[in-house]
Design a protein around this ligand. Structure first.
Ligand SMILES: Nc1ncnc2c1ncn2[C@@H]1O[C@H](COP(=O)(O)OP(=O)(O)OP(=O)(O)O)[C@@H](O)[C@H]1O
Length: 304
């Protein structure tokens, strides 16, 4: 049984449908990346899942129980870092942990949690929150999300504003926790980071789910491409299209040609030579998460 299931969930803000018949599920211990462009509905979906926001249609089931809207009662086995937990400037990290642990009948061991999230020790344990860096506040937010021994943690943009070192540390922390069986739903605009982090992807666009699959399967849908930079990219593009190849101009105006039977870097070089086009650079590779996402979204746009 899935740990979390959204079934046909819709949410309107006035006449605008922010969630439109959204269905997807989260399995125990998996890290699910929720991705999509600005305004796609990621935060709205996350708020609905945690019971922070009423939704209009459908149902959400977490750990066998329907999720119901509550202003005051957070779900017992779900942690979240969506709306910032209140961080009190004159509290230390330990004061915060003690305070949030009071909400739970059976809180996690605070010392263990502080060690795990790296907010223990002389550095942070004794300092007041008003002196914390953004990375430190993110860690404290995650530690607070974990204090009730959750089975699922929802993190909206947990990497926002962090330096590369902190981003890596937060990623390693999430992975470590998922190995202990905690599931995560994470949204992030830092797609190369999400590519490293997530086991599964759920793609949302204009309030609709476009795809739910594993990260590995999503990336393997990608066909390899030959990327070629020439003295005349427009002419190269025309020549490739005339040969019946799938070709387009990339973002940097290089020509991108999809690899298939009989179409590879060598064939592209031969074609360029025959057309008297100088090749300045040629590479073969597969698109990353960001490029593949852009492709999937633009295909969807064309079909709409
Ligand atoms: N309280 C609200 N009232 C009216 N419209 C809202 C409200 N909250 C969200 N919206 C709208 O719903 C849509 C989805 O917003 P949401 O914040 O869920 O998107 P998102 O995918 O999280 O975007 P981003 O990546 O920019 O954070 C947007 O068009 C937004 O303007």
């Amino acid at each position: 049984m899935s740990l979390l299931e959204l079934r046909h969930v819709s949410k309107r803000f006035g006449s605008y449908k922010a969630l439109d018949d959204v269905s997807f599920s989260v399995e125990p211990g998996r890290i699910v990346g929720l991705i999509g462009p600005n305004g796609a509905g990621k935060s709205t979906a996350m708020r609905a899942m945690t019971g922070l926001m009423r939704f209009d249609e459908g149902e959400i089931v977490f750990d066998g129980q329907p999720v119901q809207f509550s202003k005051t009662r957070a779900l017992a086995k779900m942690g979240n870092l969506i709306e910032y937990p209140s961080i009190y400037p004159n509290f230390t990290a330990r004061d915060h942990m003690k305070y949030y642990a009071m909400d739970s009948k059976d809180p996690e061991d605070i010392d263990e949690l502080m060690a795990l999230t790296g907010i223990d020790g002389d550095n942070f344990g004794k300092r007041k929150a008003k002196h914390f860096s953004l990375g430190m506040k993110q860690r404290l937010g995650i530690a607070i999300a974990l204090v009730r021994k959750p089975k699922l943690v929802i993190l909206d943009e947990p990497m926002n504003g962090l330096d590369p070192q902190s981003v890596r540390e937060i990623r390693e922390l999430i992975q470590q926790l998922s190995e202990k069986g905690i599931a995560f739903v994470v949204s992030s605009h830092i797609l190369d980071e999400l590519q490293r982090l997530a086991d599964d992807v759920v793609i949302i666009n204009k309030g609709q789910i476009i795809r739910q699959t594993t990260m590995a399967d999503f990336l393997s849908e990608n066909k390899a491409q030959v990327k070629v930079k020439t003295s005349d990219n427009e002419a190269m593009l025309e020549a490739a299209k005339a040969a019946g190849w799938q070709a387009k101009l990339g973002e940097d105006k290089d020509v991108m040609i999809t690899v298939e039977e009989g179409v590879n870097a060598q064939a592209v070089l031969r074609k360029a030579t025959a057309e008297k086009i100088d090749v300045q650079d040629i590479q073969t590779g597969t698109a990353n998460l960001e490029e593949h996402l852009m492709e999937v979204l633009s295909d969807k746009e064309k079909k709409a």
